[in-house]
Design a protein around this ligand. Structure first.
Ligand code: SF4
Ligand code: SF4
Length: 333
């Protein structure tokens, strides 16, 4: 949550933003305008990637300020059609598929239809209960239509719904993990169940099944989801996964803190701008020598399917990459 007392007017949040070209003076004047409750250029230029939350060195959470001002002013150029399309996600029917009682529940929230076919098959999630549908979505995705209030309004309901499962939960979708691990603190909500992120679950599984792993000996780039800006500390789990399966993460310009958004957030707002960002991102992954790019968020996976294919870069969902190391799938030709 935005904390004005923590802001030292360093300007880092908007100087580092990959989607505007502000110097320090401009960045600071934008932040000051927002703090005064006034309209600022950044409200319409921002693509809602959440990265400035991570760029801020003092934890002031400038993205929360931007988001709340976007909602207040209506300056983010989202169309009614795009908004309606977004709202419809929450009508996806909910379901709990029972599993073995001693295993955690795998939460897919509303992402099932975007997960590549077969990506959850095989040994990784065998016997786990699965929960999915609109009732199990945290609504944090509303940041991408520049709205904070639906997230806050739904937060306690979401936590109660997950708690009602009475089991440990593995979150496949970065959004829901961001909600339980970080965003609920803004609302003073405590989380009464145990949970872990998909990365941690995969790291644990691979560490416990090392004898079944054949090292892939590949170089792989990683497409960070926007919601990971709320929980950047879990990135180390991916490094551990890569080490376990013999994958190198080649240094590149747009990765880790300076990762590009997949553009799912703006594809319905400014298609041309989205395509330009996609091209820069994919060309950078190719230039660093990566054999493929992996996705964690099913939305990133869907958005990047066509542009990666068009540019000749293989795109692999994270669970499929692990399945390849476990001998369940071949490396894509
Ligand atoms: S959320 Fe992303 S695009 Fe928006 S101001 Fe912050 S860094 Fe820039
Ligand atoms: S919000 Fe953070 S990064 Fe932005 S000016 Fe204030 S202290 Fe610096």
């Amino acid at each position: 949550m935005w904390d004005a007392l923590k802001c030292n007017f360093c300007g880092d949040c908007l100087v580092k933003c990959l989607y505007v070209d502000y110097d320090k003076d401009r960045a600071v004047s934008e932040i000051k305008l927002l703090m005064e409750g006034k309209k600022a250029d950044i409200l319409s230029q921002c693509i809602t990637c959440c990265a400035c939350r991570e760029y801020c060195p003092t934890g002031a959470d400038p993205y929360d300020l931007i988001l709340r001002m976007q909602e207040k002013t209506g300056a983010f150029p989202i169309s009614e059609d795009a908004l309606a399309q977004f709202d419809s996600v929450f009508n996806i029917p909910s379901e709990l598929i029972p599993g073995e009682p001693d295993k955690p529940v795998l939460s897919l929230c509303t992402m099932e239809r975007m997960i590549p076919e077969g990506a959850l098959d095989g040994q990784l999630f065998k016997g786990m209960a699965i929960v999915k549908g609109g009732d199990y979505f945290c609504l944090i995705g509303y940041v991408h239509v520049a709205k904070e209030s639906p997230i806050e309004k739904n937060a306690q309901k979401f936590i109660d719904k997950m708690a009602s499962l009475g089991r440990d939960i593995v979150f496949l979708h970065d959004d829901c993990y961001a909600m339980v691990h970080a965003k609920v603190k803004d609302y003073g909500i405590t989380v009464p169940f145990k949970y872990m992120h998909l990365f941690e679950y995969l790291r644990n599984y691979l560490r416990d099944h090392q004898s079944g792993i054949t090292k892939l000996n590949k170089k792989v780039a990683y497409q960070r989801p926007c919601a990971s800006r709320y929980t950047p500390e879990k990135d180390v789990f991916l490094d551990e996964i890569f080490e376990l399966i013999g994958v190198e993460r080649p240094p590149r310009r747009y990765e880790r803190e300076t990762a590009f958004c997949c553009t799912g957030a703006i594809i319905n707002v400014n298609r041309e701008r989205a395509i330009e960002i996609q091209a820069k991102n994919i060309d950078d992954a190719i230039a660093c020598g990566a054999d493929a790019i992996i996705t964690l968020c099913p939305m990133c996976d869907r958005v990047l399917r066509r542009p990666t294919t068009a540019r000749g870069l293989k795109k692999i969902f994270i669970t499929d990459l692990c399945r390849m190391a476990l001998g369940e799938k071949p490396w894509p030709e």
